[in-house]
Design a protein. Sequence first.
Length: 271
Amino acid sequence: MDKFWRWVTNEAGESAVRTLYLEGYIAESSWFDDDATPKQFKSELYGSGSDTDDIIVKIHSPGGDCFAAAQIYNMLKEYPGKVSVHVDGLAASAASVIAMAGDEVCVSPVSVIMIHNPAMLIAGEVADLQVGINLLSEVKESIINAYHDKTGLSRIKIAHMMDAETWMSAHKAIELKFADRILYEALPVDMADQGFIFDQLTVTNTLLKKLPGIKARMTELTVNKGVAEPLDSKQSNDFQETLEQPANEVDLNQVPVAQLEKRLNLIKNWR
């Protein structure tokens, strides 16, 4: 029976890139060499080619033993070369933990990542069952460490996702940061050459920083016109009346700066 690994070396580029197809069940040991075991994985990881080669790990696995997966996760984290993980079909349960070890995690448009709580068979008296419960709780915390390190999501959110047995399509995995990009799609254009992307908070803070200068300039212009008091203290244009004017008739020069500042602070603090 075929072993779980299949190394493919591509030396066409500037440096060799080895590809590992990680398929099947993950286990501590295997009778027929058809399961992914840490011992076999380590032998292949460092026993074929240079240990500085960049590698691609293509995963299609329903999961398996969480402790065996933890060992493989650590091996990939400690590997000297760049590790790119490609989820070919399914990275479920323990296999999803291994996927988090990649320097880059890529998902096929038709692949799925699944995370859930660890499980085990427990038998015995009440004390034995309690020991099992405590073990599962600690194992869950260790798994959350891998997900949290990759995604930056809060531990509580990840715990809830595991409780609910969460299945993620490619785009959902990208949204939640379990993956970095989708395979076969064009890479995003470098926005530094194309323009800028702004979020609401950045725009609001930028405008707030400019207000003191704007206020000083408007005050200067008003004084130069012979008005005895700053423009923002004028009451001729009531705030409510300004809001009631049609959008194409509002004269921004007549909106008091203090009111504009108030509006911007409301936008900034809205959640």
